[in-house]
Design a protein around this ligand. Structure first.
Ligand code: HXC
Length: 267
């Protein structure tokens, strides 16, 4: 049962729709006339909405989605077209995106239709990607005289490797869902009509897990993209040890030994 947008926990925005389904926060990109082109105000609102869910103790996992035709067809070309170097530098065109990468709770992208340019970068910044069979990924920036600017050259390369990433970024071609799956770019591909429901189902499954351990697990996995192996292993070990300071660790292990379901307190 979802809660409609518009109350204190789900404020209304112009370009994103926000709702909750129990412990799952759902954010829907909402500029359908322009295939959810990511204008600056949309990204600001998205960062506001996701940061609010990140701070809301009742929310354990988030789902980010678009509509059937497009997750997002990229940054808003009309907004960028006349800008010069001085404008984008002074205004820090992509500054708000940094706030998205700081979300600590897991975010699942449910992707149908076009997922291009900044839209693809946004999906790759999520933690799990459920793709509809209709999803089409791509970094077409080269065709409009630029390159990916919100992580595409880095995240795509780390996941798909140099040779797949290079072809995708130098040609801008679309990558169908099944091909993206073969590259390891999506968690799984599902029929279009099941995409959002599957993402929400998975979010509920994660929401049942102990929340501090979930956040530390996310942080540890992301660290694998940031550090050499030895430093990443050390980081993981420290997070692992730190979880022994939580009540949930005691509860989880005791519940296992007592053959009962754990009651997580998030402490
Ligand atoms: C602004 C966009 C847009 C975009 C689509 N639209 N993508 N507007 N920015 N990125 C608008 C179109 O202008 C059109 O508006 C309406 O959405 C419908 O799009 P059509 O092109 O008519 O649809 P279709 O023929 O089905 O083609 C779909 C498409 C195409 C293949 C996805 O729209 C397309 O190539 N879009 C641009 C994709 C792209 O280059 N993305 C990268 C952007 S740069 P009207 O008013 O005519 O109906 C980027 C940089 C990232 O993302 C850097 C960091 C953020």
């Amino acid at each position: 049962m979802t809660e409609a947008a518009g109350d204190a926990r789900t404020p209304q925005y112009q370009y994103v729709l926000v709702e909750t389904d129990g412990p799952v926060g759902i954010v829907r990109l909402n500029r359908p006339k322009v295939l959810n082109a990511l204008c600056r105000d949309l990204i600001e609102e998205l960062a506001d909405a996701m940061t609010a869910f990140d701070r809301d103790e009742a929310i354990r996992c988030m789902v980010l989605t678009g509509n059937e035709r497009a997750f997002a067809a990229g940054a808003d070309i009309a907004e960028m077209a006349d800008k010069g170097l001085a404008d984008v530098t002074r205004d820090d065109l992509l500054g708000a995106w940094q706030r998205l990468w700081r979300i600590r709770k897991p975010v699942i992208a449910a992707v149908s239709g076009y997922c291009l340019g900044g839209g693809f970068e946004l999906a790759m910044g999520c933690d799990i990607i459920i793709a509809a069979e209709t999803a089409q990924f791509g970094q077409p920036e080269i065709k409009i005289g630029v390159i990916p600017g919100a992580g595409g050259t880095q995240r795509l390369t780390r996941v798909a490797g140099k040779y797949k990433a290079m072809e995708a970024i130098l040609t801008g071609r679309m990558i169908p869902a099944r091909e993206a799956e073969a590259w390891g770019l999506v968690t799984r591909v599902v029929p279009a009509e099941e995409c959002l429901a599957e993402a929400v189902r998975l979010a509920h499954e994660i929401a049942k897990m102990p929340p501090i351990a979930v956040q530390m697990a996310k942080a540890a996995v992301l660290q694998a993209y940031e550090t050499p192996l030895a430093a990443g292993l050390e980081y993981e070990r420290r997070l692992f040890y730190s979880l022994f300071a939580t009540e949930d660790q005691k509860e989880g292990m005791r519940a296992f030994l007592e053959k009962r379901a754990p009651q997580w307190r998030g402490r």
